[in-house]
Write a protein that binds this ligand. Structure first.
Ligand code: SF4
Length: 71
């Protein structure tokens, strides 16, 4: 199963991931940073295991900080 890593600490809150992949990303109303939905904290990052990568691929490609990793 693919694992998604979101290095949220480096997020600049541009909103691209939530725009291209709202199924998996939303912007936090608290700090304005992207949230990988249903992910769990793993050290400094957030992780999510999923069946199909889907639009996360586009989000990872378009993220200006390159902080969305697909393993
Ligand atoms: S595209 Fe990258 S930098 Fe922009 S909000 Fe999403 S995770 Fe943060």
């Amino acid at each position: 199963m693919p694992k998604i890593i979101h290095q949220q600490k480096k997020c600049i809150g541009c909103g691209t991931c939530a725009a291209v992949c709202p199924k998996f990303f939303e912007m936090s109303e608290k700090d304005g940073l992207a949230v990988l939905k249903n992910s769990k904290k793993a050290g400094k990052d957030f992780e999510l295991e999923i069946d199909k990568v889907g639009c996360i691929k586009e989000a990872a490609e378009m993220c200006p900080m390159k902080i969305i990793k697909i393993l």
